[in-house]
Design a protein around this ligand. Sequence first.
Ligand SMILES: C[S@@+](CC[C@H](N)C(=O)[O-])C[C@H]1O[C@@H](n2cnc3c(N)ncnc32)[C@H](O)[C@@H]1O
Length: 158
Amino acid sequence: MSISFRLKYIAGLVSPGYTVADIGTDHGYVPVFLLREKIIPHAIAVDLSKGSLEKARELAEQAGLREQMDCRLSDGLSDVKPGEAQCIIIAGMGGILMRRILDSGLETVLAADELILSPHRNPELILDFLEEHSFRVVSDEIITDKKKQYRVIKAVRL
Ligand SMILES: C[S@@+](CC[C@H](N)C(=O)[O-])C[C@H]1O[C@@H](n2cnc3c(N)ncnc32)[C@H](O)[C@@H]1O
């Protein structure tokens, strides 16, 4: 399995040893990469789409990592309990949807130590959220992958 520069960059921001919840995981590339490289011990892969979650489950299965990756069919953070994940990744969606996911899963978000967020549009909504909830932005970069630019923000609890 090879993953894109963008997803590798996102994975590189995760603190080793944390349990990661990847919301909108699609193929499950990021959590499987993190588990395979032994950067993290456990992952929660969440997607609203049955088809996407099935792809993530199969990828974990092929890599022999099924026991370390929980696959949850759900909307945003609604099935991730506070304290279950120290790192939350949300990437590859617009800022409006991302903000809705963060707001509706607020208890779980506030119990996490770090957030890695890559909004494709409206990043200002995400920066507002982080400021309102006293997260400190420790990295905010625009990266280029296959001639496309992506904003990737990492924030930690103050
Ligand atoms: C464009 S893909 C991004 C995949 C991956 N995170 C990335 O950055 O490449 C967006 C994924 O988010 C999922 N998604 C959209 N809304 C969601 C929600 N409310 N809760 C969970 N997953 C959602 C979609 O089904 C899709 O698999």
